[in-house]
Write a protein that binds this ligand. Structure first.
Ligand code: HEM
Length: 397
């Protein structure tokens, strides 16, 4: 095993992860123990990769060996038993679902076809911000989350579902809970610990419990029912509708040619989730892409926001430069890159074109609270509150 900090009986190195978010602690430990480090977190043996060179070895050179995902308690419950792309074991089922989603949602031509959705939703956002009365601060994080949801839902489900707010709040809660560092995941043989930590019961509440739990399932059922109803109406000649991702899955459900029946996977697949951990046998491997992207060994003024550093640079985010892998790399690289990029570029350009953004209450940039919330992905703990000052107040959007 690679080097790592001294381990306590039973808990191993868990105590060394307490205090700051795990990706920070893992970076600090790697500074001491090296870019290939071993940790024992309860019963889980974990290898942490913190350099671009070793990340390349793991994700590219030996990519097939490292292409599996850990069977986490948190993921098993929320993904209908590992049925979505992000959590499915590497193999034919994963390949099949990945192929359908790429063809129907994530390919270049499909992404181009969603242009009017992107334009419309972004322009709605700009209009809402223009109508912001009295120069009050806007919660930009919230607005961007809603916009991303709206574009994705319309592209994948044909329209925003009627349970939009519920869907967003369940996703937010999931992102917080399912970080992959639950006690239950670290001590898989001691089921009781899940209950003590509250993790499993919290997740089961969301997934099975009578009140909150069935919400996720109900929201997804509603989406499926809407589609079945639309199909019925179309069949009886009362309209014509273009197929979206959900329609395609429903149609393929009865396709005997498929190697894996899709009966139980539709809900899981449309419940998008991501994980950045991979697994080899019983040892989990974590590539700390966050630490690599801030390593002064690869970056000048590593912690500074200098977007110009990318101007004229051959560096890209597509998984070939291992110093910068925001979408991962190798076999399990994010298949949503082509879908995601225009959803970032268009709103960002519009928000900067239409408004000058001011911090509220005379705050200075250095006063901004940059505390991170740890979850499935890293993001701000508190929403970014900014005052929009229109550049073109009389513009007709
Ligand atoms: C800026 C936006 C996004 C970022 C930064 C991002 C980042 C990531 C990362 C880091 C991974 C894990 C890769 C790995 O394990 O090596 C991932 C996986 C994944 N992403 Fe994204 N993603 C984004 C948007 C999207 C979108 C819009 C979709 C779909 C609509 C999507 C679908 C997925 C799926 C299905 C996986 C799992 C792939 C697999 O396990 O085979 N992502 N993403």
């Amino acid at each position: 095993m690679p080097p790592g900090p001294w381990k306590l009986p039973l808990i191993g190195n868990i105590h060394q992860l307490v205090g700051s978010p795990p990706h920070h602690r893992l970076r600090d430990l790697a500074k001491k123990y090296g870019p290939l480090m071993h940790l024992q977190l309860g019963e889980s043996s974990i290898i942490v990769v913190s350099s671009a060179e070793i990340a390349e070895e793991v994700l590219k050179t030996h990519g097939i060996i490292f292409a599996n995902r850990p069977s986490l308690v948190s993921t098993k419950i929320t993904t209908y038993d590992f049925k979505n792309i992000a959590s499915a074991p590497y193999g034919n089922y994963w390949r099949q679902v990945q192929k359908i989603c790429t063809a129907e949602l994530l390919s270049t031509s499909r992404v181009k076809s969603f242009r009017s959705i992107r334009d419309e939703e972004t322009s709605n956002l700009i209009k809402t911000i223009y109508s912001n009365e009295g120069g009050l601060p806007v919660n930009l994080s919230e607005k961007i989350f809603e916009l991303t949801y709206a574009i994705t839902a319309r592209a994948a489900f044909g329209k925003k579902c009627k349970d939009q707010q519920k869907y967003i709040s369940i996703v937010m809660e999931m992102l917080l809970i399912a970080s992959g560092f639950s006690i239950g995941d670290l001590f898989p043989s001691i089921g009781m610990l899940d209950m003590i930590s509250g993790m499993k019961s919290k997740l089961e509440k969301l997934h099975q419990d009578k009140e909150a739990a069935q919400e996720q399932d109900r929201v997804l059922e509603n989406i499926l029912d809407d589609h079945k109803e639309r199909k019925r109406v179309t069949k009886t000649g009362q309209g014509k509708a273009k197929e979206d991702l959900v329609d395609v899955f429903l149609r393929l459900q009865h396709n005997d040619d498929l190697e894996f029946p899709l009966t139980n996977s539709i809900k899981s697949v449309i419940w998008f989730q991501e994980k950045t951990q991979i697994v080899v046998s019983k040892t989990r491997t974590i590539v700390n892409a966050w630490a690599i992207a801030r390593d002064p060994k690869y970056w000048t003024e590593a912690e500074k926001f200098i977007p110009e550093r990318f101007l004229g640079s051959p560096l890209n985010y597509k998984g070939t430069n291992f110093t910068y892998i925001p979408f991962g790399a190798g076999k399990r690289i994010c298949p949503g890159i082509r879908f995601a990029i225009p959803n970032v570029e268009l709103p960002l350009a519009q928000l900067l074109y239409h408004f000058f953004w001011k911090l509220p209450n005379g705050m200075k940039e250095e006063d901004l609270n940059m505390t991170e919330a740890f979850g499935i992905g890293v993001r701000r703990k508190n929403g970014l509150m900014l005052i929009p000052i229109p550049y073109h107040p009389f513009l007709d959007i």
